[in-house]
Design a protein around this ligand. Structure first.
Ligand SMILES: C[S@@+](CC[C@H](N)C(=O)[O-])C[C@H]1O[C@@H](n2cnc3c(N)ncnc32)[C@H](O)[C@@H]1O
Length: 235
């Protein structure tokens, strides 16, 4: 089967949808050029009250927005960029975020399997969050998983020095694969002491909709794993 040309994928990914009329929604303007930082982040004025730090967060597959709403409640000065493809989930997320005081959220509604690091500014993020990505359990579907062997080296250039990647999944085989991939990644070191993962919730992590659904129906305990960019690496 012939490959779909990049320009055609870009046309599909950015085709007009009603959700695009929300000011929080940002589209890339070219398939191979980063979105301008000023379209994603606040101008660098003094941080709002709170912990006094303005971090930049990237979430891949934000779903219905539980994690980001909780984050923006805890850290109102932070700038948050979420990738999510489904319009109903984006709509629900935006509605919830608008109830918060002075949040800064931008949603990029494109397929991250098609466009991701090419359309994001380099060395821009302090955190990358991946909660309960689609597990694709069948071996012939593994190629669709977000976390592939090259995921750490693709994500490292997006992070600022000391930036972290947080991943959660309740699907054991995918968790083990993620951990194996990050253990081999020279650019990253494990954050959780004594172990590369936790089977109990870190204090700063809320329950997401997907976790709740599968936890209730299938009774699985999630794996949480976190990796920090080693000092002196990419950025
Ligand atoms: C299993 S759900 C988890 C949602 C949320 N993180 C949670 O924990 O409730 C995966 C999410 O990623 C989104 N998603 C999956 N593949 C995607 C892709 N290629 N591009 C953008 N979003 C995607 C889905 O629409 C869905 O909302």
């Amino acid at each position: 089967m012939s490959e779909v040309p990049l320009a055609r994928l870009f046309e599909i990914a950015t085709r007009r949808r009603p959700i695009h009329s929300n000011p929080e929604v940002i589209l890339p303007v070219q398939p191979d050029r980063p979105i301008a930082p000023e379209a994603l982040f606040r101008a660098d004025d003094p941080p709002a009250p709170g912990d006094g730090v303005r971090r930049r967060i990237l979430e891949l597959g934000s779903g219905w927005g539980e994690f980001l709403v909780d984050w923006l409640q805890q850290h109102p000065a932070d700038d948050y960029v979420a990738f999510e493809i489904k319009s109903d989930r984006i709509r629900r997320t935006i509605k919830r975020v608008r109830k918060l005081e002075a949040p800064h959220l931008r949603v990029v509604p494109v397929n991250f399997a098609w466009f991701l690091e090419e359309i994001l500014p380099p060395a821009a993020f302090d955190w990358i969050i991946v909660n309960f990505p689609d597990p694709w359990p069948k071996r012939r579907h593994w190629k669709h998983r977000l976390v592939q062997p090259d995921f750490p080296e693709r994500m490292a250039p997006l992070l600022r020095p000391g930036g972290q990647i947080h991943l959660a999944t309740d699907y054991g085989p995918y968790a083990r694969k993620m951990i194996q991939i990050f253990r081999r990644a020279a650019d990253f070191e494990a954050v959780f002491p004594d172990s590369d993962f936790l089977r109990r919730r870190p204090a700063d992590v809320p329950v997401t909709r997907f976790e709740q659904i599968t936890g209730e129906s299938e009774g699985r305990t999630p794996y949480f794993t976190r990796w920090r960019l080693r000092s002196g690496r990419p950025a």
